[in-house]
Design a protein around this ligand. Structure first.
Ligand SMILES: NC(=O)c1ccc[n+]([C@@H]2O[C@H](COP(=O)([O-])OP(=O)(O)OC[C@H]3O[C@@H](n4cnc5c(N)ncnc54)[C@H](O)[C@@H]3O)[C@@H](O)[C@H]2O)c1
Length: 373
């Protein structure tokens, strides 16, 4: 089993993936600055996994146990160097990194492009510099389907070879980080999703579609700051009474019911996809993998509203507003390559997503905000 560094491990996707990786027997060192998360998520992951959460500092004072948390910023080169150096000094060198840390709100990225490039691009570059220096050259990177911009109707479901055309600073920052990873792998400008890599780098660029839902225990889930940017947490917050109504942006899209169609993937399926990507990298020759993580199934906004109404047994008030600039009509993954390469596919349905997301929302109406451990 490997000693792993998980950046951004306290966040929505990171916390669920930490649980899956602990259950697979890996040792985890989480680095997070808590700019968009709470350490309570990791306390709960520890509780679910049945291991203690050890808190430490970048210059690690103690031998790494199964699950260690260090508070720090991926842009802090001294912090990164201290982590890699001290893990090695304890005879537990970091073998691979799963890199979730980043900023993810599209609207905010339009307002603050410099901040998005700083965290998502400069932060990734500093992390990769530290990895390279310390001879740790295996990384799973959080990329996004937002890279596909407005996909052409002929390319739905979207293959990894579809044109990359980011339409906002968030997407541009993910594109830049992907390009840096390709450069490191010696694959600059080559579009093939599976390529041999040079310099010993094993890299998976995972393009997530719409991760939603929660762990079935209801103990960990998505806890967005302020008004949710994404549909699913918004719907669950309306269902629980925290917000009065849902705004549906456009009912005149070229889709069966006129509302936008997305590929919703249960966060536990996504977490398991990371486990499989990591294991595939650790057991293969150096390579650059670029894979969609999605279900291959589309659901419209109204489909999700109906599914959540059925699960929660509550009406979800909604009103139709004009289309929002920057939205695409349909975004659905072609997940064939991930199935072939990782022997992974989604196992959970929209009904499962609603059941687990609703359990989390009901048990934690204010997220981790007022939670007791
Ligand atoms: N959730 C989605 O819909 C989605 C879709 C596609 C891609 N992604 C990408 O997946 C990754 C994880 O997303 P998430 O939904 O878990 O987001 P999240 O905000 O819940 O988690 C990100 C974590 O990174 C931490 N972080 C941010 N900046 C940091 C820094 N400078 N140093 C250290 N830690 C830092 C945050 O505190 C947070 O815990 C992000 O890179 C995001 O862009 C997310």
């Amino acid at each position: 089993m490997a000693q792993l560094l998980i950046t951004g491990g306290a966040g929505f996707l990171g916390s669920h993936t930490c649980l899956v990786l602990l259950e697979a027997g890996h040792q985890l060192l989480v680095l997070d600055d808590f700019s968009n998360s709470s350490a309570i998520s990791l306390e709960r992951v520890a509780e679910l996994a049945g291991v203690p959460l050890q808190r430490d500092q970048p210059t690690l004072k103690a031998t790494l146990e199964a699950f260690t948390l260090v508070e720090g910023d991926i842009r802090d080169t001294q912090c990164l160097d201290a982590l890699f150096t001290s893990a090695k000094a304890f005879g537990q060198p970091i073998e691979a990194v799963i890199h979730f840390a980043g900023l993810k709100a599209v609207g905010e990225s339009v307002q603050q492009p410099l901040r998005y490039w700083d965290v998502n691009v400069v932060g990734t570059q500093r992390l990769l510099t530290a990895m390279n220096f310390h001879h740790c050259r295996t990384i799973v990177f959080s990329s996004s389907a937002t890279l596909y911009g407005y996909p052409h109707p002929n390319q739905i479901p979207i293959p990894e070879t579809a044109p990359i055309q980011p339409i906002n600073p968030y997407g541009a920052s993910k594109h830049a980080a992907e390009a840096l990873l390709a450069d490191l792998a010696g694959c600059s400008g080559k579009p093939e999703p599976i390529q041999a890599s040079s310099g010993g780098w094993r890299i998976a660029r995972l393009r997530y579609f719409n991760p939603v839902g929660a762990h079935p225990s209801g103990r960990i889930g998505e806890d967005p700051n302020g008004i949710p940017n994404n549909l699913f947490p918004f719907i669950t917050q309306v269902a629980v009474g925290r917000r009065p109504e849902l705004t549906v942006f456009g009912d005149d899209w070229p889709t069966p019911d006129g509302t936008g169609v997305r590929d919703y993937i249960h966060v536990m399926d996504l977490a398991e996809g990371h486990r499989e990507a990591l294991h595939s990298l650790l057991n293969s020759d150096p390579q650059l993998l670029t894979l969609n993580l999605g279900s291959g199934q589309g659901a419209s906004v109204l489909d999700v509203v109906k599914a959540m109404e059925a699960t929660s047994q509550r009406a979800i008030p909604h009103r139709i507003a004009p289309r929002r600039p920057g939205d695409a009509a349909i975004t659905v993954a072609n997940p064939t390559l991930a199935a072939q390469q990782l022997h992974w596919r989604t196992q959970r349905s929209l009904t499962d997503i609603c059941r687990d997301g609703w359990a989390w929302q009901q048990d934690n109406p204010n997220g981790y905000g007022e939670a007791c451990l």
